[in-house]
Design a binder for this molecule. Structure first.
Ligand SMILES: [Zn+2]
Length: 314
């Protein structure tokens, strides 16, 4: 992916109250994740053919019991002592809608003609979709994105959110980038995240989050979403780093892990807060070792979930 990194202001620290809420949420997400692992064992090791993970299978559902605020529940989290102790139960995202967009599609490679069709992205026309990249060992980006998104969906649903996917391994190709944006708009998503992994040169390592640039052209008008998208992206970057132990990109963003782009239809056409996350560089052997590890992908999903949760409960 091209490098058009920009400089960014330094991170703003969150207030202590938010930190406490964050810690409580982390505990909830960790608990949900532990439950999910028991219920949903990921396909082992490497390339999972799309069908292997049972595309249409229902998510495991919320962990049993634990009445929110119920009298028999264990001691409340420290958050309640701050007087702001609402919204941090497992149903803390109830009423929120989240659009998750697994980048590319495992079957795009079989439909090169269809995905080459040009679509309007406001300030340009671009391919409907692309095949995405892969590790040198052949693990496809599209398999990675679908796996991480499914894991994040499980965690977010456990927290009470409604989760909408742009594709769930259930389409012959695509959808096109304009359709991916439209899906979040139609869902009136409170937050939208497109999950990818990069295909850069070996030695280029780490993750980065792509924020929408200000684009007002044709069908694109990102003015209302650039601010909240940056808030979403900053939280996502911080939480992804903490959850995975991965560093922010060493090849763009000047160490911030943030990039801004005006050439992505999925961002240009969004009317809801939206970012992309490039979780690592598939062409770097050390990054690839992480990306192909199911345990690391679970951490990635937790980081994404945490970033979205922090944004929606800020
Ligand atoms: Zn991609």
């Amino acid at each position: 992916m091209s490098n058009n990194g920009s400089t960014f202001p330094p991170y703003r620290r969150r207030p202590r109250g938010a930190l406490l809420i964050t810690l409580a949420l982390l505990a909830v997400v960790a608990a949900a994740g532990a439950g999910a692992r028991l219920l949903w064992h990921p396909p082992g090791g490497n390339p999972s053919p799309t069908g292997a993970a049972a595309p249409g299978s229902p998510s495991p559902g919320t962990p049993a019991a634990e009445p929110p605020g119920g009298g028999t529940a264990p001691a409340p989290s420290p958050t309640s002592q701050t007087g702001r102790g609402t919204g941090t139960t497992p149903a803390g995202l109830r009423g929120k809608t989240i659009l998750l967009d697994p980048g590319h599609n495992p079957h795009n490679a079989d439909h090169t003609q269809q995905i080459a069709r040009l679509v309007d992205i406001g300030n340009d026309r671009k391919e409907c979709d692309t095949t995405g990249t892969a590790t040198n060992g052949g693990y496809a980006e599209a398999a990675f994105t679908l796996d991480v998104v499914r894991r994040a969906r499980t965690l977010l649903e456990a927290a009470g959110a409604k989760v909408v996917l742009t594709q769930d391994g259930d389409r012959p190709y695509g959808p096109c980038v304009d359709e991916r944006a439209a899906a979040g708009n139609a869902a009136h998503a409170d937050a939208a995240v497109s999950v990818h992994a990069d295909g850069s040169a070996p030695g280029n390592r780490g993750f980065h989050v792509i924020l929408p640039d200000r684009v007002t052209a044709g069908a694109a008008d990102t003015a209302p979403i650039t601010g909240p998208s940056r808030e979403l992206g900053e939280r996502l970057a911080a939480d992804f780093a903490a959850a995975t132990g991965s560093a922010r990109s060493n090849y763009l963003g000047h160490g911030t892990g943030l990039d801004v782009r005006a050439d992505l239809g999925g961002l240009n056409l969004s009317t809801v807060p939206k970012v992309f996350i490039e979780c690592g560089n598939m062409r770097d052997p050390r990054d690839a070792a992480q990306l192909t590890d199911p345990a690391w992908r679970e951490k990635a999903a937790r980081g994404i979930t945490k970033g979205i949760t922090d944004f929606l409960t800020r």
